[in-house]
Design a protein around this ligand. Structure first.
Ligand SMILES: Cc1cc2nc3c(=O)[nH]c(=O)nc-3n(C[C@H](O)[C@H](O)[C@H](O)COP(=O)(O)OP(=O)(O)OC[C@H]3O[C@@H](n4cnc5c(N)ncnc54)[C@H](O)[C@@H]3O)c2cc1C
Length: 256
């Protein structure tokens, strides 16, 4: 298909995607995309588009707009509330980001990591560790969920008290908007006081305002030691006191 030519059929869309990029919604291969991790939600879709690049994501979005089809973006499909599962009327395309799975850059000096939306959370953590850095987002689904899904749900996880929700770990985003144009906000600047921070609109938005294709993430010094303890306290007040002590130890006992 020549560059810039409008895609007007599923056949053309399928041809515009790299090999294996289209799964028909009625085929057996579509099943995992139509039912969520818990098995609680099942829906239907015309098909599943599996782009490998931002250009391919743009092609899918532009085609869906012209064809009057909705888009359900999907990462690891581990969200437990049905957000990544289509309704049963089937008038949608599923846009799976799982093949957009490159770590574009790790900059240990600037403490940043740029990951595509389909990078599995655990792989992002490991990429940071290879550079003796730490990406703190961590949750039970980390072997399956993706950075795009984490940011679109503003995920919390086990380190949320110390490091914040996913939103607080993001410096910049690359997003394909509903008209198929790219919003390039993939910045790694920390002291960024220029104008509106539009990235926040897309974080926690579950794909309603655009498709996140990549993110610039904050990484941190790697903790030299970690320890887990099971502590029983007689009251909530005492639990908060323990938390306060733990935070002080973490911040001032530099080796913790
Ligand atoms: C065992 C287990 C433990 C969990 N623990 C936690 C936890 O501690 N804290 C927590 O917050 N959650 C937790 N979850 C829920 C879930 O794992 C998270 O919400 C995770 O962030 C979802 O990522 P995903 O890639 O699977 O997204 P999906 O389930 O595929 O999608 C989630 C939502 O984001 C949208 N979306 C996905 N990718 C994109 C994209 N690139 N651009 C735009 N929109 C997109 C989807 O349409 C959907 O609305 C857990 C789930 C399981 C199964």
């Amino acid at each position: 298909m020549p560059d810039g030519q409008k895609i007007t059929s599923i056949e053309q869309l399928s041809a515009a995607l790299s090999t294996g990029g289209w799964i028909d919604g009625g085929s057996d291969d579509a099943a995992p995309y139509l039912t969520d991790w818990s098995g609680s939600f099942t829906g239907r879709a015309v098909g599943i588009a599996r782009p490998t690049s931002v250009t391919e994501v743009q092609a899918v979005v532009k085609f869906a707009k012209e064809a009057g089809l909705g888009i359900v973006p999907q990462g690891g499909h581990t969200g437990l509330v049905g957000g990544g599962t289509p309704f049963s009327d089937g008038k949608v395309l599923i846009l799976s980001l799982k093949r957009m799975n490159k770590i574009r850059k790790v900059d240990p000096t600037n403490y940043t990591l740029i990951a595509e939306a389909g990078v599995i959370l655990q792989e992002a953590q490991q990429a940071a560790i290879k550079h003796d850095r730490f990406f703190p987002l961590s949750l039970g689904a980390e072997g399956s969920c993706t950075i795009g899904g984490n940011l679109s749900t503003n995920a919390g996880g086990v380190n949320v008290i110390k490091y914040g929700n996913a939103r607080e770990l993001v410096l910049g985003l690359e997003v394909v908007l509903p008209d198929g144009e790219i919003w390039n906000g993939l910045r790694t600047l920390r002291k960024d006081n220029t104008g509106y921070h539009l990235k926040h609109l897309f974080l926690g938005a579950e794909g309603t305002l655009g498709i996140i294709t990549a993110a610039a993430l904050k990484i941190f010094p790697r903790p030299m030691r970690t320890a887990a303890a099971w502590i029983a306290t007689p009251s909530i007040k005492d639990a908060l006191a323990v938390l306060e002590i733990a935070c002080e130890v973490h911040d001032y006992g530099k080796n913790c």
